[in-house]
Design a protein around this ligand. Sequence first.
Ligand SMILES: [Mg+2]
Length: 375
Amino acid sequence: MGSKTQSTMIINDIKVTALEVPLNKTYKGSYYSMTKRATLITEISTDDGINGIIYNGDEPEEQLEIRNIILNEISPIIKGLNPLNVEMIWEKCFYLTKNILRNRSTVIKAISCVDSALWDIVGKKANMPLRQLWGSYHDELPIIAIGGYYSKNLNDLNSEIEDYQKLGISGCKMKIGSASPEEDAKRFIQMRKFAGEKFILIADANQGYGEQEAIEFCNLVRDYQIDWIEEPIEWIIDRQSLKSIRYKTGIAVAAGQSEISRQGILDLINNESIDICNFDASWGGGPTEWLKVAGLCESNSIHMAHHEEPQISAQLLGSVNKAKYIECFHPDRDPIFWNLLENKKIANGKYKIPNLPGWGITLNNDFINKYKVTV
Ligand SMILES: [Mg+2]
């Protein structure tokens, strides 16, 4: 105790770099499509010589606005503060969401970037990977790919699985919710038959079905080892209908990525809507909020997943007992994970959670220089 054990470091500066990488084709899910992969790299420097750095999100249309919020609104609030006081800084930034005329989700995304970079500083200061700082449970976790996008040729699904198997990835979360339950089930069953029994297979409707369609899909694939169905129904009616799907089909339901606060997750829990929570730290306020959500879920026997973001989810999921899988994409769909992140290890279907301090990642500067957006 006493002043010798207290660090008095302060935040000197914040830098934000936007990346945008064109994709080789259009990737189509239920009611959306992607032609680019984008992200924001947030770097916070301190007078202690420690820099916190991380990348968050995939918002091509929104990321310059998020960057502006960080540089013009959050930076003046937090410069000069002790970066180790993460909770206090989070509360100060949360103030920016009080304006009822704002798009709060955009502000929360900006807070997520800053909170993530601050935690990197905390981990580096403690000289520990973040999962150890948070109380480690896993050194490695199964890694799956988000894929199985809609395509005219059903055989594309088979070659995609071959690619995953070559990369050492142990499963796929495939897209449903746009076609009929029968067509989607046909795609799911084809993937199951081609991939074999050990391959993890999940179906993500991205809020595309109605309740009856979701139940129909579940009944069609129930004998084909579906690990869970994710965001099966449209957002406006989801709480009670998610519960109905759970109880009527017996198939596990995942949701949470569309919530931007712990209160949203509490609502899903109180309505018995989910078996698995995939709250996204980059969309929901950063690790500070995610860890609170993980505590709520642990108390209610709900497993934790994380929507995308392997550079972040690995340390977060590594710190909780009931963790599911780390999620990535095919290299064509996410050139950022496969090229920007230098020190990743995938073996036997599992992702080795980095052991360096903080997030434990190193980034490729040539890739950053090639794809940074200059405005
Ligand atoms: Mg999803």
